[in-house]
Design a binder for this molecule. Structure first.
Ligand SMILES: [Zn+2]
Ligand SMILES: [Zn+2]
Length: 201
């Protein structure tokens, strides 16, 4: 059986609604907006569906699909430590501007909206502060890579960073489509999913 920890790999990092798996009508889902994984409902997942029409949209992606099942090959990880956060995955929020990047300077005659001198307008940085936020440069993974890199799945291109997530699932297989589709279906021991596809360049 798939665990919540395995599902969390597929959750989003910016949109609060998808940062945790959620359950709906007997299934538990995880999505990052580019891919969706679904398994029979996990009893520990109590969050409910944050979207309307989500299930029917996902069902429609599975409908009328013609292709061949192929195993997911391990795609080599060519990522490097994120230069923005030095590989930590998070950044300190600037204590001077509270992450806004601007500060109000009160002069004798006027008030001025100035670039924050401590973080130079970034809102985050390498100073010490009691607030942290997820690094936007690497989505909290601490690693960055060329997200444009893709592999050929049937007639569709799928991003390598997404294929690597799928390859972490037990006995994962992709349904390589014979005709172009904007998504590719996959299955694994204990569940199934769908990942965004692109036209091959
Ligand atoms: Zn600042
Ligand atoms: Zn980073």
């Amino acid at each position: 059986m798939i665990t919540i920890e395995q599902l969390k790999i597929f959750c989003g990092v910016h949109d609060k609604r998808i940062m945790e798996p959620f359950s709906h009508e007997g299934r538990t889902y995880a999505t990052n907006g580019f891919m969706v994984v679904r398994v029979p409902a996990l009893p520990d997942v109590t969050a409910s569906m944050p979207f309307d029409d989500f299930t029917s949209k996902i069902d429609s992606l599975f409908a009328d699909y013609v292709g061949e099942w192929i195993p997911v090959h391990l795609v080599p990880d060519v990522s490097e430590p994120c230069s923005k956060c030095d590989g930590h995955g998070w950044l300190f929020v600037c204590p001077e501007c509270d992450g806004v990047g601007n500060v109000l300077y009160v002069g004798k005659l006027s008030n001025y909206d100035c670039e924050c001198p401590l973080c130079r307008g970034n809102g985050t940085g390498n100073f010490i502060s009691d607030k942290k936020e997820t690094c936007s440069g690497c989505d909290g993974t601490g690693r960055t890579e060329d997200r444009e890199k893709t592999s050929k799945i049937g007639v569709v291109a799928v991003a390598d960073w997404m294929l690597r997530k799928i390859a972490m699932l037990p006995d994962a297989e992709l349904l390589a489509p014979r005709q172009y589709r904007e998504s590719v279906i996959f299955r694994f021991s204990g569940g199934e999913g769908v990942v965004m596809g692109m036209r091959q360049k």
